[in-house]
Design a protein around this ligand. Structure first.
Ligand SMILES: [Zn+2]
Length: 57
């Protein structure tokens, strides 16, 4: 059974470990390819410029 209906919680910061990119360097939520990047606690935080989904990679 596939989990295609899994909802993205935009208030949450995901980690690459729990949610690897479906498409490399693209947002899992909206498929946008542009991000704001910053460093947070030594991790690289990637935030989608379109929908705001956050993931540390
Ligand atoms: Zn997005």
């Amino acid at each position: 059974m596939t989990d295609a209906t899994k909802e993205i919680d935009l208030s949450k910061t995901y980690t690459y470990k729990e949610m690897p990119d479906i498409q490399y360097a693209r947002c899992d939520n909206c498929d946008y390819a542009h991000f704001n990047s910053s460093r947070k606690n030594g991790l690289f935080l990637r935030e989608c410029r379109n929908c705001g989904m956050k993931k540390t990679i």
